[in-house]
Design a protein around this ligand. Sequence first.
Ligand code: AMP
Ligand code: MG
Length: 524
Amino acid sequence: MFDLRFDNAYVRELPGDPLQGRNPRQVESALYSRIVPEPVLKPQLLAWSEDAAQRLGIDRTGTDPALLADLLAGNRLLSGMEPFASNYGGHQFGHWAGQLGDGRAISLGEVIGADGARWELQLKGAGRTPYSRGADGRAVLRSSLREFLCSEAMHHLGVPTTRALSLVLTGERVERDLFYDGNPAMEPGAIVCRLAPSFIRFGHFELPASRADLALLRQLLDFVIRRDFPAIDANDPQVRYARWFQDVAARTAVLMAEWMRVGFVHGVMNTDNLSVLGLTIDYGPYGWIDDFDPDWTPNITDRHGRRYRFGQQPQIGFWNLQRLALAVAPLCDDHNALNDGLQLYADRFEAMDRQHAADKLGMAQRPDDGELQADWLTLLRDAELDMTLAYRALMSFDVRTPVEAFLASPRWRDACYDEARMASQRSKAADWFMRYAKRLGEDRLSTESRQQRMQSANPYIVPRNYLAQQAIAAAESGDPGLLHDLMRALQTPYEENDLTRRFAGRRPDWARHRPGCSMLSCSS
Ligand code: AMP
Ligand code: MG
């Protein structure tokens, strides 16, 4: 059945916590604590990613469903598994928070998959660990479903991300105070089995650095470079460390540019939630841009400062990299190399963002296009247009049709949330489209190749907040059908077909201010 080859490098090569048990504690001089999942009452498989399973080389046909659910809930372990919770710290909302660690995620081991790649298997919601700090170590269905759905969708959108293999119900209920307003309720518990080549976060380096434990810091960095960055093979540690930081910076730049391209808002970009591999990690109160608003944040905990708002993500990526640079600086003789990494981040992000802006509008890249691109974003915001639908509508813009006719077309009007707002921007929109038509004419791209370029830069569907919320409501009442349909459609998010069309509509009015659709909390 599950014939997996484990190679548990992290626990084999790095120092662990000498103490046992789940009691909350500060874990010094160690990078993890060995801990087994806490069994759950009645696990039941709700959703499964065949694509992720194939990477691992798992074939579940013929497997007893009860056994499968037991494995994916952590009730049973396979031989070769060596479960542990990882130890890391982090800056949360701009402030150093000390030791955090995996408070409810338990890694089962590292598998060498059918694809030859390393995949760490991790159960989120698997019970208490020494890092749970008094919390229950569990996760609820709504947040687990959101992580399962969105991480797989991100993969198919081409955005670097951790993956998800399965979503199981635990058969237990979990108490959560959704809006932190003194109204706790019981909710169904769930566990996601997620996968990544590595779950190492910026905060992994910050914690030993904060304790001035340079030996541990160096051990971790050498290990991470060896295991997760094999292309960096310089003998000189100084060269290795510099290249590593620059590599992390470049990956983070790509990640930020990709989030901005597809309209994803992470919501909690604390340094403990940033992967050194540049993967989207820890899906919490994330959200997708419906009407284009760079100031929007889905996270109600962040509604005052809006630190993690959509438009600020690239700056926060930079801020987080600065924290990482400070953490590894004690190991580096030449701090200029770290500054070079930060500069590389800024340059790489800008270059990629410029490329995306051109691709999304279907134009060749030209240095004098900045104003046209900026005015488009202003129009999106001021006319309250749906980001995803407006870009796709542009694909059908024909320079030979009068602008007025285009603005009256169903494609364009589908992208409008508010007719009055659009009407107030009509002359600006008409002016912009005249300039756009002229600009397109200068490119000598055939309509087909322009559309092709636009199609691969602009998703037709994304896992909109309200869609996830509908899938949650259905799953909570016992029907995972909508989740399955969404998962299937989101395997081809750039294509317009019978599967995807069903999920392409803009956010309905009822979802505008609805919890779970436009406002999310960290409670999960
Ligand atoms: P997050 O904001 O979800 O990334 O979580 C921040 C920290 O809180 C991490 O160390 C988590 O492991 C921990 N945490 C969140 N929820 C729970 C929970 N229900 N039980 C134990 N630890 C938790
Ligand atoms: Mg986290």
